[in-house]
Design a protein around this ligand. Sequence first.
Ligand SMILES: [Zn+2]
Ligand SMILES: [Zn+2]
Length: 392
Amino acid sequence: MNKPQPHQLITLAFFLSFSLTNFVVSARFFPNVSSWLPDHAPLGGAWDAFRNLTGCHRGDNYDGLANLKSYFERFGYIPHAPPSNFSDEFDDALESAIKTYQKNFNLNVTGVLDDSTLRQIVLPRCGVADIINGTTTMNAGKQNETASSSKLRFHTVAHYTLFPGMPRWPEGTEELTYAFNPGNGLTDTVKGVFAVAFARWSEVTSLTFRETESYFSADIRIGFFSGDHGDGEPFDGSLGTLAHAFSPTNGRFHLDADEDWVVSGDVTQSALSTAVDLESVAVHEIGHLLGLGHSSEEEAVMFPTISSRRKKVVLAQDDIKGIQFLYGTNPNYNGSSATSAPERDSSDGSNSSSSSCSWRLPFPCSHDMVNSVYTFIHYRIPRVYDIIIFII
Ligand SMILES: [Zn+2]
Ligand SMILES: [Zn+2]
C-alpha cells in the first residue's frame, strides 16, 4: 500500500477534528507523528506578539504595551483597571511590574523588556495570578518570610506560597472526592491521568482522593472549557493560559479545551510545538485546589509556567514542604518520591522514553508504544454548551 501523502493526512486530521465539534470528545491519535507533522519554530501562543517589545524601556511609547499591561494586570503585577485605562506608554507602573516579575522568575531585575524576560513572559502558564490583591511576590529572592508578617497576603515559608487567609480543606479531612464534567465525555485513559496526578499529592500527605460520578456534589469538579466559560477567567486558545483552579474549598478545576493535550507517550519527543502534557498541568492545578499558590522555585511543580512539550510531574521538596505544612505528612511517606525521576523535566532533548509508563498510566503501555505513538485529546466544545453546563 502506498504511503499516505502529507496533504492527505492533514485533510484527514482536519476532517476528524471538525467531526468533534459536537459536544465532546474522543481522542485524536497521531501515530508516528514526527514523520509528517512539521515542527514549527514559533510557539503560536496567545502572547507571541509580546516578542516585538524586546528592548522597550521607560519613556518609550510602543504599540502593544497596553496589551502587556493587561497581561501584568491579569497575573497581579498591575492593579485592576478597565482595559481602556491602559496606554502604550512605558510608564512607572509598567517598569515596577516588570521588576517584580523579573524577581519572581529569577531573572535579572532591570525593569527593561530584555530578551530573557520576554521569553519567560510568552511561555504557556497557569491562569492563576502570581500576586493576589497586589501585596506580595512569589517569595522569590531565596529568603524565608515569617508566617506572622501582616503585610503579606500570601503566607510564605521557603518558596511555596499559600492563598490569602491560608484556606485549606477542613481539619480532619481525610478524603476528597472528584468528578469530571459529564459533558466532556472523557475516556478512562484521560481520567486515569488525573488519578495519577492526585496520587502524587496523596503520596506525601494523609489526604486521599476518590473519583465519584456525582459531579455536582464532588469536592473537586474537573472540566474542559473553551474561551469565556462564565467565571471571568476566559481561556485563550492554544497555549497562553492552560488551566486554572480555585483555592479551597471551591473545588473548581478548569482546563482550556483548545490545547493539544498529550495524555500518554513522551511529550518531549512530540513534533507538535503546541503539545501540552496533561499530567503536568493536572499536578500543578491540584496544588491550587489544595491551597498552594505559585512558587518562585523553578523545579517546583507550583512554578507558574511550563513550556509546551515539557513534562514536570514530580513534586519538588518545595511543593512537599508546602502541602505538608497544610495537611501533615503521610505516615507511609519515606521522604523520597517513589514516582520520581526518569521522566522529570526531560525537555532538554535527551531521550527519556526508555522509562516505562505502565506504572503511571491506567492501561498497559509498551516501550515501543511510548516511542512511536502520542495520544492527544483536543476538545472542541461549543461555547453555548459550556455556558449551559456552567449555569447548571
Ligand atoms: Zn498555577
Ligand atoms: Zn474557569
